[in-house]
Design a protein around this ligand. Structure first.
Ligand code: NAD
Length: 250
């Protein structure tokens, strides 16, 4: 088992890639905290992991709430004794509106996608220092590297911030044996909050820019997160792993 006895928090684990990652972690021997605002869906993911012989609990978390972060990390340590892995996966879509100049969406994107990752990193680093190290994996996107026609620039900016704050984390806390890396998914199943990028006509246009000629699957992202979270990536920090079918190679 690749994560035997590791304790992991996965944010946004009630849905999509977070749920796939949490399930994969459960199969690999980790004790997993499903941290999300969606209680019923999160409980269902935890139940599926426990029914398959793994160990998971649901905890309510709004990633924009610093006090909530402290509570989740404290409760994790109370239940499982330590924190080894944080996956900052929770996020909202940049195609929720067609108004590319909507300032309200800009603020919300930065708050959830960027500030949420900073607050999670701060809470985890404080705890991981006590454990003698840990691994943080942040979900950025192809949108954290390039601009796109159908995506609000707040999404690109928020994911670009995740990309660079990951490198800051790697540089500043390497001496504490804390590694931090990004995974950058490309065209994946739509997010719950997706608008235009869930439209089949828009997706068909986006597919033309994918060398592998298909959308990715949530388990393909979970595989990449698992590798970076695990000790197999013990000398990898500050790195970017693109899981995009070659989109960024074009
Ligand atoms: P999803 O919408 O299926 O899941 C996102 C999860 O985050 C949901 O469970 C939601 O409840 C949770 N969440 C949202 N706001 C939250 C908050 N404030 N506090 C706690 N939880 C919150 O999306 P997904 O496709 O699984 O995306 C996962 C991550 O991957 C996101 O960061 C997203 O930006 C990124 N990403 C997605 C795609 C894609 O096409 N789906 C592509 C590249 C990157």
């Amino acid at each position: 088992m690749r994560l035997k006895d590791k304790v992991a928090i996965v944010t946004g684990a009630a849905s999509g890639m977070g749920a796939a990652t949490a399930r994969r972690f459960g199969k690999e021997g980790a004790k997993v905290v499903i941290a999300d605002m969606l209680e019923a869906d999160g409980q269902a993911v935890a139940l599926s992991i426990n029914s398959a012989g793994g160990k998971a609990v649901f905890m309510h978390l709004d990633v924009t709430d610093e006090a909530n972060w402290a509570k989740v990390v404290d409760e994790t340590v109370k239940q499982f004794g330590r924190l080894d892995i944080l996956v900052n996966n929770a996020g909202i879509s940049g195609s929720a509106t067609n108004d590319m100049l909507d300032s309200g969406l800009w603020k919300r994107l930065m708050e959830v996608n960027s500030t949420g990752v900073f607050l999670g990193t701060a809470a985890a680093v404080r705890q991981m220092r006590h454990n003698g190290g840990g691994s943080i994996v942040n979900l950025s996107s192809i949108s954290g590297v390039v601009g796109q026609a159908f995506v609000h620039m707040g999404y690109n900016a928020s994911k670009g911030a995740v990309r660079t704050m990951t490198k800051s984390t790697a540089v500043q806390f390497g001496a504490d044996k804390i590694r931090c890396n990004t995974v950058h998914p490309g065209l994946m199943p739509p997010m719950r909050t997706s608008g235009a990028t869930a439209d089949p006509a828009v997706r068909a246009k986006m597919l033309k820019a994918v060398p592998l000629g298909r959308a990715g699957e949530v388990d393909e992202v979970a595989n990449a997160v698992l590798f970076l979270a695990s000790d197999e990536a013990s000398y990898i920090t500050g790195a970017e792993l693109y899981v995009d079918g070659g989109y960024l190679a074009m």
